[in-house]
Write a protein that binds this ligand. Sequence first.
Ligand SMILES: [Zn+2]
Length: 355
Amino acid sequence: MAAVSLPAEASAPRLLGVEDFRAQPLVYEELRRIRQGLPFSHAYLISGAAGAGKTSLARLMARMHLCESAQPPCGHCRACVQAAAGTHPDLIELRAGQPIDPEEMKGKPKTVIPVADIRELRRRLALTGFESPRRAVIIHQAEKMQEESQNALLKTLEEPPEGSLLLLVAESPDQLLTTIRSRCRPLALAAWPDEAILAVLRASGLREERIGAALEAAGGSMGRAIRLAGDEAYWARRRELTDDFLGLTARSDIPAAAAKYKALAQPERLELLREIDELLRHLTLTAAGLGSTDSLGAYPAPWQRMAREAGAAAFVPVLDAVTLARVRVMNNVNWQAALEQLLLSLMEAKSQWST
Ligand SMILES: [Zn+2]
């Protein structure tokens, strides 16, 4: 019988450690207690907005619980390595649509955690652990447990099997039964300050020219920042858009540049405009002195000069041009004409900064 585990943060460049949570004082305090071997709760309810780092925290706590060293998680022992790889037999991860036993899910909706899953979980927790007496359970999106499932879990929370750690993860913890919530120690993740996200991005080995851009694109979400840091496809796409929209030098190139994006459906047109807006907002923030100029290296020279010398106000017309293009798309104005107008506005804005 093999435990069902998800790949450990597949696109993440590295796993978060205790020190990464310094900016979340209550969480940090709890992690330090656990690391020092002080008694901790057998069940936690980890909550926070999307991208707040709930999954990273749950997996960190699971690794700390399973680690065989005196300073968990050591990152080197067999338990740490297996848990990081998602192959530890005593780390059970549950989420809607990914049950412990796939057979149980046949014909059932994939949007809930059915009671059969909780019963199977209880059965396994009643057995002796594979590798050690310790077991860790992560229930992702715990609010997707049906009421019957929550009631079944209640028994486990009331009489937790020895050595087990239960980690419930929820974006909307108030959707859980009060009886469940009252039996878990709450760990709420707040929005992350930019400095904390920056520190994690730097520690991830992200190139300096990407750091400012990743911070801006993350919008306060630690989860998104971590995903972006290791997402080569995202950076390749960003380079392509930078070339296509910020690199044009001749008016005569505009129709061909617009034609490249001709076939997009309406949602994709809006997504493209959002991505262009993201590039320009990063430049604007840097111009306002809110980001490191080290990250400007990814942009064509005139835009770098504009961000260094012109001030943020100079970017208002180009941001307006993107907004105008968005309005045109929503009003079904000719897409190619809207795009060509945007490209022209971008070229005009940068032309005064070309040497
Ligand atoms: Zn270890």
